[in-house]
Design a protein around this ligand. Sequence first.
Ligand code: ATP
Ligand code: MG
Ligand code: MG
Length: 553
Amino acid sequence: RAKAPSNFIRQIVDRDLAAGKNDGRVHTRFPPEPNGYLHVGHAKSICLNFGLAEDYGGKCNLRFDDTNPDKESVEYTESIQEDVHWLGFDWEDRLFFASDYFDQLYEYAEILIRDGKAYVDSLTAEQIREYRGTLSEPGRDSPYRDRPVEENLDLFRRMRAGEFAEGEHVLRAKIDMASPNINMRDPAIYRIKHKPHHRTDDKWCIYPMYDYTHCLSDAIEGVTHSLCTLEFEDHRALYDWFLEQLPVPSRPEQTEFARLNLDYTITSKRKLNELVTEGHVAGWDDPRMPTIIGMRRRGFTPAAIRDFCERIGMTKNDTRIDMAVLETCTREDLDRTAPRAMAVLNPLKVVIENYPEDESETLEAVNHPYDESQGRRQVPFGREIYIERDDFMEDPPKKFFRLGPGREVRLRYAYFITCTDVIKDDNGEVVELRCSYDPATRGGDAPDGRKVKGTIHWVSAEHAVPAEVRLYDRLFTVPKPEADKERDWKSFINPDACVVMDKALLEPALALAPAEKRYQFERLGYFCADRKDHAREHPVFNRIVTLRDSWAK
Ligand code: ATP
Ligand code: MG
Ligand code: MG
């Protein structure tokens, strides 16, 4: 992998290295909360953290930020690991869980209490909110703020021992109720939660808060550069405060970057969860979803996603990225790598009347137009073929270079054919074409030098394999479904984001494709054999992207 171009984060790393900080180490981490599946926004963070470590000869940890037993599960920790690997990154032996530090974090909390820097508050959650004040109004001290150290220690130990109900007490840092930064107004460090945890089971009934846990976990792991999204900018003072108060083994620094917002989709776990639970999509891995498993199932490649994350770069202010950027990266990758094949999505039968009855032949086709190493294949051809219904017009305009009555086109890798007759059913619907072919044009060129403007794809009727082809498109019809205050964002779901073509026909080689194999179906787009549903007896392909950007009108 080529080293990524510089950006403001790399400049910070360069500056730190030049200044001799951290003994020249670069150590990052990707810290997901295991409360859902990863999405394309997380991919940006993964590429940033693992990419930085790779380029600087450093290390990157995978750390689960598992401090809230309410929404977390082993299912999510497993899927997240699989997604990171699939994207092409590896944490080696550095898989960590914040919950592994619960003992240490508890010890640190007792230190804060003993130093008079934390206290047990017995106000209700609502009172605490009231006392906190607002941006324009300072907070007020809790009546429990000056509890003696011994009483705080006793209460905190009893909180741990399970003597109190949820919400009865919290442990708070004692910082400054008048701070202009609300995060510094005595934030909670521990809350009571009588819930078993997916790793520590019922060992704990108090759980540390995110802001307290995160900086300490970074310090325990020797992380040097703790990269997070912009909404944590106002939390940085708190991040530093904890590290300054406690005897931590290292001194990480937090730097914020803009989160990825992608047009025509959403990147919020909560909202994606809503789509799944309300049945708007078939699951987390629905190919319309911007989750990593959804994108994987659709057929997006790890290389294209990594390239995308690199191209969008790192900024300090929130921007929206056009979905077309991801699609372009995907087309570029697949153009280079995907073998070509022929499939007809909406078939129209063609009988070549002057082709000998009961005969067939095989024609040679190149698998890739400029990658010779992909070789060649044999494609069967016969008297009856299917072409795309859209490739015929009974009364075509001048610029229509495909088939029409009396017109001649080239069949890809095969012959020139001319339409001699159009057969219709009782409703006037075209059901079949009669054509003649020119045997001298085998392979696609006429010895007499005559030209045809159009080349169309086809499959042999006798050999074609029936298949289901799912045409996926963008999940929403508008770039920012969340921006409209009048309408529910879900009312912008694109009803045509999945169109199933269940009468599609494939050239026979495609039925043998292994799951997840990607192809360019000539003239149609890039397609991927579905991970779950594709089988030799019932081939299923997903459209990843069209060949051109049809949205940019
Ligand atoms: P969500 O809001 O979707 O729940 P999150 O930030 O709560 O996302 P985490 O599991 O905490 O999800 O995220 C793990 C890491 O991924 C964090 O460091 C977070 O900053 C980063 N991340 C999450 N969403 C994005 C995004 N859209 N763009 C860039 N980084 C992101
Ligand atoms: Mg988070
Ligand atoms: Mg979240």
